[in-house]
Design a protein around this ligand. Structure first.
Ligand code: ATP
Ligand code: ZN
Length: 210
């Protein structure tokens, strides 16, 4: 039996469940249950917060997980990725107040930036030779500039309408992300075989979708 952790409820959940079903794996899921067993494949599914998934897979509490690369890289475990899945595509971007003058990332030197992604942003800024003050906040990052909490933000952008609604303008793409399958790096042979079967089916599903 192999254990797969997916997001309980959020932007990854539906596509993760659909992918497992399209792999020909049947299971019953209820919104109240935190785990379920497949009926026709030796698979147990755990439903967790996405932020907890990389750590659980790293520690072996779960063998496999489906999570966004943004969360995986921020958690510090990029090496767990085994397969890109092609959904939940988004980008982490820097944004400033709409009326703020901005010509390049150098303009952020010495500024206050609010983000939920201090690791990814810190590495990006270091690569650009910019030193800024990063303020880690876990939600509602977009309101930080308009309430005077920060000069800029770095957050997930998909449509841009949330930015617009908060008087912000996207100025740089920091990181591009999509959902990935991750795996513990010391799986025993039987679980490696099950992982190989799952990856084979996932690749077939992606080919069929194109
Ligand atoms: P949880 O309660 O599990 O912690 P969350 O609120 O942190 O959930 P969601 O908003 O459900 O997370 O997003 C989950 C993941 O989906 C993100 O980490 C990112 O990889 C991806 N994602 C986020 N926003 C979008 C978007 N607008 N479009 C596509 N994918 C997105
Ligand atoms: Zn989360």
């Amino acid at each position: 039996m192999i254990r797969l952790a997916i997001q309980k409820s959020g932007r990854l959940s539906e596509d993760s469940l659909n992918l497992i079903r399209e792999c020909g794996i049947s299971f019953v899921s209820s919104t109240y249950k935190l785990k379920t067993e497949a009926t026709n494949f030796p698979l147990e599914i755990l439903f967790l917060r996405d932020d907890d998934i990389p750590g659980y897979v790293q520690d072996g509490v779960a063998d496999l997980g489906i999570v966004g690369q943004n969360v995986l890289v921020e958690a510090g475990f990029p090496a767990l990725e085994v397969e890109t899945l092609g959904f939940s595509k988004c980008r982490l971007s820097l944004a400033v107040l709409r009326n703020e003058a901005y010509s390049s990332v150098a303009d952020l030197q010495g500024k206050n930036i609010a983000t939920s992604y201090p690791q990814i942003l810190g590495r990006y800024l270091a690569g650009e030779g910019v030193q800024a003050h990063l303020h880690t906040i876990s939600g509602s990052v977009e309101i930080a500039p308009s309430i005077g909490l920060a000069d800029a933000i770095c957050d997930i952008v998909s449509s841009g309408s949330t930015l617009l609604g908060n008087g912000l303008r996207e100025v740089e793409t920091v990181f591009r992300s999509e959902a990935v399958l991750i795996a513990n790096q010391s799986l025993p042979a039987e679980k490696q075989e099950l992982l190989a079967q799952l990856q084979f089916r996932m690749q077939a599903v992606r080919r069929a979708r194109r």
